[in-house]
Design a protein around this ligand. Sequence first.
Ligand SMILES: [Fe+2]
Ligand SMILES: [Fe+2]
Length: 198
Amino acid sequence: MSTLALHRQTFGDPADAGNILTREEANALLNEWVKNDRLRLHMQQVGHLMAAWARERERLGPEDQWRWEMAGLLHDADWDQWPEDHCRRIIEELERRHVDPEIIRAIASHGPAHFGVEPVTTMDKMLYAFDELSGLVHAYSLMRPGGYDGMELKGVLKRLKEKTFAAGVNRDDITDACARAGITQNELIAFIIAHQGR
Ligand SMILES: [Fe+2]
Ligand SMILES: [Fe+2]
């Protein structure tokens, strides 16, 4: 991830609260900006986890589930074409489209050590928490003959301890994110195993 600091703490216009893109608009943006299949899959997986968490743990309704999913689905939208400008471009695009400031803020805080924006809301914290761990669990599924079938927590924990496995995944960020979200790493991994494979 880039080390670009955003040098700002407020995002979007409060007057835009409640404004969301349609699924079609969000998918069109995703497909237009992200040509890399692996990255697109990562964003879809994080979006899927965010929606599942909103539904099952936060007991939110369909519209809020989509708000959470949208934050996940678009969080890395500018990484493919403008990695040096990640995530300033997508923030500015969503501001231009008058998207709800909460969604923009969640995207802006998905890497506090990089972007200099602290995760505050539960949506912010869960996006940060799912981001790196989702990728590690997916990498693990690719090396298992059955993929996600029969995947166990202990297998993921073992890979997590191997620093050379999915070396780009920052273990310190995962520890930090779980502490901020107030959940254990094991709980987060179990949730990802249960939801990411489907
Ligand atoms: Fe990112
Ligand atoms: Fe990401």
